[in-house]
Design a protein around this ligand. Structure first.
Ligand SMILES: Cc1cc2nc3c(=O)[nH]c(=O)nc-3n(C[C@H](O)[C@H](O)[C@H](O)COP(=O)(O)OP(=O)(O)OC[C@H]3O[C@@H](n4cnc5c(N)ncnc54)[C@H](O)[C@@H]3O)c2cc1C
Length: 389
């Protein structure tokens, strides 16, 4: 049986492709419904509908916490217990998460990850009438701002750290891709009147007990803007924990991109998993085009050096263990920081501070070990001896 972990665009496309080749497939996702980050809660999305109509079994609300590549077994935690599942071939489509960088005040209530605030709004958080500043980098900021505005939020401004000189050539290149240009135009229409300010970034977030204002470096001028929420994101970080556990850190090639790339990558992986190499290979030209666009995005929205110097000695870096930046002085690796300060040893296991420290100090994130997600003791006890060793 082919097991696909992740029911986002990539996992859905992989499962449908393998199913089309006549193979038995099961999909696992920790969310209650298929769709992943982008189609969360959108039961009418056409790929979600295709997946539902395919009859492919989905183990929803099941998170993979451990795996053993020798016995080809995964350990799942379900709301009501634990379960092991065997696979012949595994497709890992676990997506990505947002990258956060520390700055004074970033742990105040009211400061959200951009995609996180969007996900909360999709799940019912009311944002109508809220004054929101969207900041960080990349096209996700535009998608989030447009979504929140559509829900009645007042988007005060979008602060994009990339300078205009880098955005213009990207914009021209977009014109060569009609589908992307159309998406861009739609976003521009949805955001008409909202200031989009390049070369600008958040310096600090301030407020008594919760966010009240944000200090921005706005093209070299420091300004204070009042707001209810700050939605901030510095790009995406691939979720490679399961792949690292099962395949190894040296053999990974991880990429992040948009839903189009995820669908293509997923479909090609599904054909390969089903042994249909010619169908997978036929997708190479489309994949090359989509990956080239993802590379262009990475280059255009590369993080500027100033963002490495926003946090001061008192700024919390590891928010699970309350470790401020000052306590990392003299440490020379993530492991050193862990051993001496507990940085990265809380419930998120370095998912937030690992990528931040990689950007701040160039430390490789070597924190990945099983269980890859927080798990109940009962789940770990239920696993078989073979998995534990
Ligand atoms: C917060 C956020 C918001 C985003 N919003 C947009 C947007 O508005 N527009 C856009 O174009 N792109 C958006 N993106 C980018 C988005 O990642 C891609 O467009 C697309 O969703 C990628 O598809 P995917 O299938 O690779 O990953 P995802 O859609 O992330 O799907 C991965 C799935 O794997 C599941 N999973 C992960 N680990 C496990 C595990 N251990 N056990 C079980 N299940 C697991 C997750 O629950 C998830 O459903 C967003 C990304 C993030 C992180």
């Amino acid at each position: 049986m082919i097991v696909v972990v992740g029911a986002g665009p990539a996992g859905i496309a992989a499962a449908l492709a393998a199913n089309e080749c006549g193979r038995a497939v099961t999909v696992i996702d920790e969310n209650p419904a298929p769709g992943g980050q982008i189609w969360r809660g959108d039961a009418d999305q056409r790929w979600v509908v295709r997946f539902r109509n395919s009859g492919i079994p989905l183990l929803a609300g099941a998170r993979v916490v451990w795996g053993d590549p020798v016995s080809r077994t995964l350990l799942l935690e379900l709301p009501d217990g634990a379960r092991q599942i065997e696979y012949e071939t595994l497709v890992i489509a676990t997506g990505s998460r947002e990258r956060f960088l520390p700055f004074p005040g970033w742990t105040l209530p009211g400061v959200f990850g951009a995609g996180g605030l969007q996900a909360l709004a999709k799940s019912g958080l009311p944002v109508q009438g809220k004054n929101i500043i969207v900041a960080g980098t990349g096209p996700l900021l535009l998608a989030v701002a447009a979504y929140l505005r559509g829900k009645g939020a007042n988007i005060r401004l979008i602060a994009e750290q990339t300078p205009a000189a880098s955005l213009w050539p990207f914009g021209w290149n977009l014109a060569k891709r009609p589908a992307k240009s159309l998406q861009g135009l739609r976003l521009a229409w949805d955001l008409a009147g909202v200031p989009y300010v390049p070369a600008s970034w958040v310096v600090s977030a301030n407020g008594e007990g919760r966010l009240q204002s944000v200090v921005l470096n706005r093209r070299g001028t420091v300004v204070t803007e009042e707001c209810d929420y700050l939605a901030i994101g510095f790009g995406l970080q691939p979720s490679t924990e399961l792949a690292t556990l099962l395949v190894g850190p040296d053999t990974l090639v991880a990429a992040t991109g948009d839903a189009e790339l995820a669908l293509l990558e997923g479909r090609a992986a599904g054909y390969r998993a089903a042994g249909n190499v010619p169908k997978a290979a036929a997708m190479d030209p489309d994949l090359r085009r989509a990956r080239a666009f993802a590379d262009e995005l990475d280059k255009t929205f590369a993080l500027r050096d100033e963002l490495r110097h926003l946090a001061d000695a008192d700024t919390i870096v590891c928010r699970c263990e309350d470790v401020p930046l000052g306590r990392l002085e003299g440490k020379d690796s993530f492991r050193d920081a862990k051993l001496h300060t507990r940085c990265g040893m809380g419930p998120c296991q370095g998912r937030i501070c690992g990528p931040a420290l990689n950007f701040l100090f160039g430390w490789p994130d070597t924190s990945q070990r099983p269980p890859i997600l927080p798990a109940r003791i009962g789940t770990l006890l239920a696993e078989d001896q073979g998995l534990r060793e």
